[in-house]
Design a protein. Sequence first.
Length: 273
Amino acid sequence: MTEGPLAGKVALITGAARGQGRAHAVRLASDGADIIGIDICAPIASVPYALATADDLAATVKLVEDTGARIVAKQADVRDRASLSTAVQAGIDELGRLDIVIANAGIAPMQSGDDGWRDVIDVNLTGVYNTIKAAIPTMVKQDEGGSIVLISSAAGLAGVGSPDAGSVGYAAAKHGVVGLMRVYANLLARQSIRVNSIHPTGVETPMIDNDFTRGWLATMAAQTDSPGTMGNAMPVEVLQPEDIANAVAWLVSDQARYITGVTLPVDAGFLNK
């Protein structure tokens, strides 16, 4: 067993193959947690950029194992609750428990039409709901508390976006995550299971670092008074995945043991501005 503030705990992370999900997995593993890593590792038709691959997930596995932690990695689609629940249960069976959930899987089909609307709601909202539902029975049965963190967005607290259906759906889904968080924070409080959401500004991951999303962002920036800065108050264009992982690590630790029902921006002042 590895040492650290999360030693003896098991963390479920969706979208774990790359980007923020990989950063969360590596950081929590470095803090002592064992990991259940889930990713679709397949394309979605309305998403114009490449999604993660099985090789990406294998790279996450190696990085986690390099910390000394154990990891069970499974390919599953968060839109399919049965498949997701089977993957989560396989991880619980091997690692023995579940204490932490990071519902991170998400897509950004910003310039897509109605197919983008449907897919982004299904992945970014229903997928988060399915993740919670897959995790709750074990966490409640253990009766030892726990922490659930839902990865929303600055676009989950502000009405930002373009008229494209995919973009509107992205903001709607990320706002919906806040509703899920607040309801489950109340429903699970008596079991000492804390539920919070994190709201990043732009983060340098493959979801942003691709021709399609960069083009969309350039169009958005040209229509604002802050081109090139994505509207952040602080002089930084994008954050790094590790910046979000640091906030996640704090929220799931005992240092935040009485923090629940909170929307936590990690946004370089975007929302305040």
